[in-house]
Design a protein around this ligand. Structure first.
Ligand SMILES: NC(=O)c1ccc[n+]([C@@H]2O[C@H](COP(=O)([O-])OP(=O)(O)OC[C@H]3O[C@@H](n4cnc5c(N)ncnc54)[C@H](OP(=O)(O)O)[C@@H]3O)[C@@H](O)[C@H]2O)c1
Length: 212
């Protein structure tokens, strides 16, 4: 798949590297294109770099890997997003672990969908720490990736990318259900940092029967 990664921070660079290694074509987008090119060169294959707009144009799926405070501006810089698939991975935590910045109604993902006119927005990848992304097997248990969005074609692409990372993918339904899964990130932050469990934790859906 052709994947744009918007934001070359910890999450974006980690996801891009893993997916490039799996054979996907990555274009990193950065506010500073030289930074994106340098990152792509450090991976060495299947990766290029440029601006947010260049990366978005190149891709069939866009990973929004920027802080919530920069999300609206980053979407603007990404240019025309009509018919693009956007994965909103943002966490709406206040700085210094100060609790949620916005209440779940409406969710951050629904706001992203409003800003990214014509795009197919998905919420995912917000309930795991970046360091766990390369080791998603926890003993005999596989980490769950909770995914929601209104477009089945878009979700099936992201589901494939989730499987490539090593997740068990859980489809949580339409984008409005981001209201249910976004608070999981707050729980993750609370447990990891304030309750001292550390960042190598994530969520797993347990069930007795296989899904339909
Ligand atoms: N780190 C994790 O474990 C993790 C896990 C799940 C979800 N998330 C979420 O994923 C998003 C990215 O997290 P991260 O850890 O990769 O953050 P990060 O290391 O701080 O990187 C964020 C990147 O976003 C870009 N950016 C655009 N607008 C910005 C602004 N106004 N201020 C600062 N940076 C801006 C920058 O890239 P350029 O300079 O290249 O444009 C920056 O390097 C966040 O919403 C976070 O909550 C993170």
């Amino acid at each position: 798949m052709k994947i744009a990664i918007i934001g070359t921070g910890r999450l974006g660079s980690t996801l891009g590297k893993i997916w490039a290694e799996k054979g996907h074509m990555i274009m990193f987008g950065s506010q500073d294109p030289q930074k994106a090119i340098k990152l792509a060169n450090s991976i060495g294959f299947n990766a290029t770099g440029g601006t947010y707009e260049e990366a978005s144009k190149f891709s069939e799926i866009i990973i929004l890997a920027v802080p919530w405070s920069g999300a609206k501006e980053s979407i603007k810089k990404a240019g025309d997003l009509k018919d693009k698939i956007i994965v909103d991975s943002t966490t709406t935590a206040a700085p210094h672990l100060g609790g949620p910045l916005i209440v779940p109604t409406p969710s951050a993902a629904e706001k992203v969908a409003k800003w990214a006119v014509g795009a197919k927005v998905i919420k995912a990848v917000h309930t795991i720490g970046v360091d766990s992304l390369t080791k998603l097997q926890f003993g005999s248990q596989q980490a769950s990736l909770f995914v929601c969005g209104d477009y089945l074609d878009a979700k099936s692409k992201l589901k494939q990318l989730g499987l490539d990372l090593g997740f068990e993918v859980i489809d949580v339904g339409p984008l409005t259900n981001a209201r249910l899964i976004e608070p999981l990130a707050m729980l993750w932050i609370e447990l990891a940092y304030n309750q001292g469990m550390g960042t190598d934790i994530t969520f797993k859906l347990l069930r007795r029967r296989k899904a339909k």
